[in-house]
Design a protein around this ligand. Structure first.
Ligand code: X8Z
Ligand code: ZN
Length: 613
């Protein structure tokens, strides 16, 4: 989640945190501008420099406070976080509001960019009136704690989300799936009122900064007007939607065959709790049910990892080796000393994985409750992608220590993970060479990827479409849950296992909602990672089917990739994209080409079916 606009480091919460006054350095940069005279470019330049100093000085306090909280949730760390979050929000609001004064001033491109970045540096702004930032911080830290300390009573034990997530991947008893799903979704109703109040405060803050609402502010972070960006997202979804419909149709038929009409009817939406994932956002765990009939079995990554007796640490080392094989430096010793790679048993933590850069230089870390399975193998590659990006842009000025946009930050590690092919697994000794699946298994290999990558897109879209509606007032608190399911149905074609209770607040049962991490970044990342991958394989001269390509060990590709990462946020994102891929547009074409052989297969399988819902 790392890649918050301008919050170069930590996790979600930090998004709303800011920096404390503890930063001894620069006085408030507002002193650089007088109230009456039209500001000059020189003043803008001075303002930006002072702001960068102030932000840089305080960010370490912010990051270490958030790290302390997320790796040890208790009364005191929550208190400290609230304090720092309040001060940080106040600081950023002050800096953003001061930056607004340069709106009409002609500025050199670099100063203009930094002024604009300053205006967008908050995920949740607060109004400047006394007490608003503190109230916001109290709500957001409370929501975060509530989510991360949530437990359900299941089979006679108190169970946390990380265990539930794993079990939902393998459990096939529909009653038990429904129980796990329903109980987890009962943790969020107490969040609903606070969430509604938070929306009110943050919207007021956004309006003070000249935005219509928070959603519009989020959409303004992509080097183009918000409305254009929203249209861009629709265009990208339009490219992939036909693929999703075919996958949905196939998955529904297979689930119907497996469970029977009483659990999964042949037509209409798919039941949300039987897709192998708490939020139905990734269906890869259903591979045993989805394997093409008569198709060759491939291999089970979880089994390979377990058989090799990997531990959380050695699994992280395997991921690190991918990056170093491409010429990137080893992780620093402090990464290994200070990261949290397993769930501690003696305290509450935020288990949702994240990557951190605590001092904006070398103190990079991962926080993940690693379990030895395929999903966590993917996730540790994902998290290290954040860390390698942070390290690559370390020498940029403070405001540029960020991704080209937040989707870039999310795409780095996923791009690397696309290179985990059978050939690669054999190369590193996890898969025996004679077990490398033949070309006849390509449909299965692609199916597995599609269940992860294509199934995800309409979920990601739903997450932020819901929030855009909430922030712009189309969805009122009374409509929170109904509108959530309307979008889930419309985009994903899924439905809850049973009618939802009147007080349900189902969006709150997904990490990024109570933690206020914008989710469009993941949608964009899933498109971008295929563009990176196709470009990398082209650079490597790969001629076989795209999904069999791995650039493991390729230092030239690594150097070109790192050159894009080093740019950080210093240029508009199309420049960064062009530097590595040669194109300036986000485009679903690479993803379409990757999956084309599977699409023909799905269309054939779905022939005669009434697809859609
Ligand atoms: O939140 C994450 C990462 C941290 S940035 C683990 N992801 C999204 C999610 O879990 O919902 C990665 C995939 C989508
Ligand atoms: Zn991430």
């Amino acid at each position: 989640m790392l890649a918050k606009p301008l919050l170069k480091s930590a996790a979600s919460l930090i998004a709303i945190i800011a920096f404390t006054a503890a930063c001894a350095s620069a006085p408030a940069p507002t002193t650089a501008v007088t109230a009456d005279a039209a500001p000059t470019a020189a003043q803008a330049q001075a303002y930006v420099e002072a702001a960068e100093r102030e932000l840089a000085a305080f960010s370490e306090v912010e990051n270490r406070t958030a790290w302390s909280f997320e790796t040890n949730i208790n009364y005191d760390t929550e208190w400290l976080l609230q304090r720092v979050a309040t001060e940080g929000t106040e600081m950023r609001v002050r800096l953003a509001s001061g930056a607004g004064r340069f709106a009409g001033v002609e500025l050199p491109a670099d100063t203009r960019r930094k002024v604009d970045l300053l205006r967008l540096s908050l995920v949740l702004p607060a109004p400047q009136r006394e007490g608003a930032a503190a109230e916001l911080a109290e709500i957001t830290t409370g929501l975060s704690s509530a989510y991360s300390t949530g437990r359900i009573d299941y089979q006679g034990a108190q169970v946390s989300l990380d265990d539930l997530e794993t079990w939902m991947g393998t459990e096939r008893n529909p009653a038990r799936l429904q129980e796990m799903w329903t109980k987890w979704h009962a943790i969020s109703p107490p969040m609903a009122d606070d969430y509604a109040r938070m929306v009110e405060i943050a919207n007021e803050g956004a309006r003070d900064l000249g935005f219509d609402n928070v959603g519009q502010m989020w959409l303004s972070n992509y080097d183009m007007p918000a409305a254009e960006m929203e249209a861009e997202v629709q265009r990208l979804w339009g490219q992939m939607q036909p693929f999703y419909e075919q996958l949905h149709c196939y998955a529904r038929a297979r689930l119907n065959a497996h469970y029977g009409d009483a659990v999964q009817p042949e037509t209409g939406p798919i039941r949300a709790d039987i897709l192998g994932n708490m939020w139905a956002q990734d269906w890869q765990a259903l591979m045993p049910i989805m394997r093409p009939p008569g198709g060759r079995p491939t291999y089970d990554t979880t089994q390979l990892l377990t058989r090799a007796r990997l531990t959380p640490v050695t699994m992280t080392e395997v991921a690190e080796r991918f990056y170093t094989s491409m010429g990137m430096a080893e992780l620093p010793d402090t990464f290994w000393e200070r990261s949290m790679l397993t769930r501690p048993r003696d305290r509450e933590v935020v288990c949702h994985a994240s990557a951190w850069d605590l001092d904006n230089r070398e103190d990079i870390r991962v926080k993940q409750c690693i379990q030895i399975n395929a999903e966590h193998f993917q996730t540790i590659h994902h998290e290290l992608g954040h860390n390698y990006y942070q390290r690559a842009y370390m020498d940029q000025p403070f405001l540029y220590k960020n991704g080209a946009h937040d989707g870039f930050h999310e795409a780095i590690g996923d791009f690397i993970a696309l290179n985990i092919t059978p050939e690669y697994l054999a190369q590193i000794g996890l898969l025996q060479r004679n077990r490398i699946p033949a070309a006849s298994a390509d449909t299965s290999l692609l199916m597995e990827q599609a269940l992860s990558k294509i199934a995800f897109l309409p979920f990601a879209l739903t997450m932020d479409q819901w929030r855009w509606q909430v922030f712009d007032g189309r969805t009122t608190p009374a409509e929170y849950n109904a509108d959530w399911w309307a979008l889930r149905l419309h985009n994903q074609g899924i439905a809850p296992p049973a009618p939802r209770p009147a007080d349900a607040f189902d969006p709150g049962a997904k990490y990024h909602i109570p933690n206020n991490v914008p989710y469009l970044r993941y949608f964009l990342s899933y498109v971008l990672q295929f563009q990176f991958y196709e470009a990398a394989c082209r650079q490597a001269g790969w001629e076989g089917p795209l999904h069999r390509c791995t650039v493991y060990g390729n230092r030239e590709v690594g150097a070109r990739f790192n050159a894009m990462l080093e740019m950080g946020a210093s240029r508009p994102w199309p420049d960064a994209l062009e530097a590595f891929t040669g194109t300036r547009q986000m485009d679903g074409g690479a993803m379409v080409r990757y999956f084309t052989p599977l699409m023909s297969y799905l269309q054939e399988q779905n022939r005669g079916q009434q697809c859609g819902w």
